[in-house]
Design a binder for this molecule. Structure first.
Ligand SMILES: Cc1cc2nc3c(=O)[nH]c(=O)nc-3n(C[C@H](O)[C@H](O)[C@H](O)COP(=O)(O)OP(=O)(O)OC[C@H]3O[C@@H](n4cnc5c(N)ncnc54)[C@H](O)[C@@H]3O)c2cc1C
Length: 449
């Protein structure tokens, strides 16, 4: 049996951040990663000669923990393509043009803006680092977001716009998330507009060599301490430490930091059982349903037509949003298309050919070339074994109220990290890194002798 100071479960950004800080503090660590790569929900791959990010990809100016890593490891970035005209698709109408930062003056964009302002006002009452202290927690976590929306506006178009926001941020439907979680997350991201914005917002920039670059660089620094293909199946713990069983061996550690999505963590057999609050928190934290699809063309042909490649659909299409995801040098044209929530559930149940057709049909508004891609790659995140969904967990209504004590409170030698445990940056790579840094500090503070 191998003996270490701290065993870390998962080599996503949270686990790697934990390991870097503990190593810098002189602790001996091992990072046990189930998969055959580091990065977790950030997954860069060469697909038909083009690097694509199947998972997380963007970084924005407010995400300073992630930017610090990018700079430390010299990972180059470039602005998201945002020039030209965006299009909104509504049923039975010609595509509605608009530019970044503005809505078309139609379909109650003003009513939608009022909802955004109201949400920002309410979110200002939630401290993302101490959400449990919010005076309205009980009231807001007892209502679904859908309930609040319908009580706040009677405008069907403003509701449609807001439904797409919920899909885009939480990969679920308004009925599946509580008003409180929405407000917490908005507070954690610095406001709704910064979360939704492209240049200057959370979708500001991309990584020239893929968003897993900083993760790979961190893993290289950690060297042999990172063990791939080592899924942790059991954790037997007591006051002195824990014994972790993996497919490749057994590790004894004085402290353990567990990362990973709640469903992935819930598959680990802890002995003795974790406290009920922790188990309930995990059980009531389902992942969002999202597919990220990349469609590759010889060129970004839409740019020549003055189009940005950004589509927002309210016309019943499976695809909710698209972005121009071409490489920095535009040597190929790449569109990333996102499918979420109820649309994901019906789209993903169709045969592969029908799924592809549904995506290509939407892209048709960019030009007739859209029907003839060089390559098509889809990643269905609910089917990924070590994630079971994305972008992040969405606690069901009532979970914050009843089980927040199980969110990240250490249990004996066990500590919890991962973007789901973050305050600022919750749900994002930035939050994952911050959570790892917080867990490392917590472990060091608890060290005796
Ligand atoms: C499609 C998509 C788009 C996204 N877009 C963005 C974006 O543009 N910008 C952004 O900031 N964020 C984005 N995100 C979210 C972002 O990727 C995550 O918030 C972040 O990567 C989470 O990091 P983490 O370390 O907390 O968890 P993870 O990345 O999930 O890492 C956990 C690791 O633990 C491993 N693991 C799980 N169970 C075990 C076990 N039993 N034993 C050993 N190892 C285990 C997993 O394999 C994984 O490697 C996106 C995510 C997806 C999927």
């Amino acid at each position: 049996m191998e003996h270490v100071d701290v065993a870390i479960v998962g080599a996503g950004y949270a686990g790697l951040a934990t390991a870097l800080d503990l190593t810098a503090a002189g602790r001996q660590v091992v990072v046990l990663e189930a998969g055959d790569r580091v990065g977790g929900r950030v997954w860069t791959r060469a697909e038909d000669g083009v690097l694509v990010d199947h998972g997380g990809q963007w970084v924005g100016p407010a995400q300073t923990a992630f930017l610090r890593w990018a700079d430390r490891f010299g990972c180059a970035r470039f602005p998201t393509y945002d020039a030209g005209t965006h299009l909104e698709l509504w049923p039975g109408e010609a595509p509605l043009p608009h530019v970044s930062g503005e809505h078309p003056d139609a379909h109650d964009a003003r009513g939608y803006d009022d909802l955004v302002a109201r949400l920002d006002e309410l979110a200002a009452q939630v401290d993302p680092e101490h959400p449990e202290a919010c005076a309205s927690l009980a009231e807001w976590d007892s209502r679904t977001f859908d309930d609040w929306l319908r009580a706040t506006t009677g405008s069907p178009d403003a509701l449609r716009r807001m439904r797409l926001v919920v899909q885009g941020l939480w990969a679920c439907e308004p009925r599946e998330v509580s008003l409180f979680h929405v407000l917490f997350y908005v507070a954690a991201g610095g406001g709704l507009d910064p979360l939704l914005g492209t240049l200057g917002g959370a979708q500001d920039s991309r990584f020239t060599d893929g968003a897993d670059g900083p993760a790979r660089a961190a893993a290289a620094l950690l060297g042999d301490a990172v063990r791939l293909r080592s899924p942790v199946t059991t954790v037997a713990w007591d006051d002195d430490g824990a014994t972790l069983t993996t497919a490749t061996g057994t590790v004894r550690a004085r402290r353990v930091v567990v990362t990973g999505t709640p469903p992935a963590q819930a598959r680990i057999a802890f002995s003795p059982l974790l406290p009920a609050a922790r188990r309930r928190w995990l059980a009531r934290s389902p992942m969002g349903d999202v597919a990220k699809v990349h469609v590759t063309y010889a060129t970004p042909f839409w740019r020549a037509r003055g189009l940005s490649g950004q589509l927002t659909t309210y016309d019943g299409s499976a695809v909710a949003y698209t972005f121009d995801n071409s490489p920095a040098d535009a040597s190929r044209g790449v569109v990333a298309a996102f499918v979420y929530g109820d649309d994901y559930r019906s789209w993903s149940a169709q045969p592969a050919e029908a799924r592809r057709k549904a995506v290509l049909d939407v892209l048709g508004v960019l030009g007739e070339e859209a029907a003839r891609p060089l390559a098509y790659h889809e990643r269905l995140w609910p089917e990924e074994l070590w994630a079971e969904g994305a972008y992040a967990a969405v606690p069901t209504p009532g979970t914050w109220l009843a089980h927040a004590g199980g969110r990240r409170e250490p249990v004996g030698p066990l500590h919890w990290a991962g973007t789901e445990t973050a305050g600022i940056g919750n749900g994002y790579i930035d939050g994952a890194i911050r959570s790892g840094e917080r867990a490392a500090a917590e472990v060091l503070a608890s060290w005796t002798g």
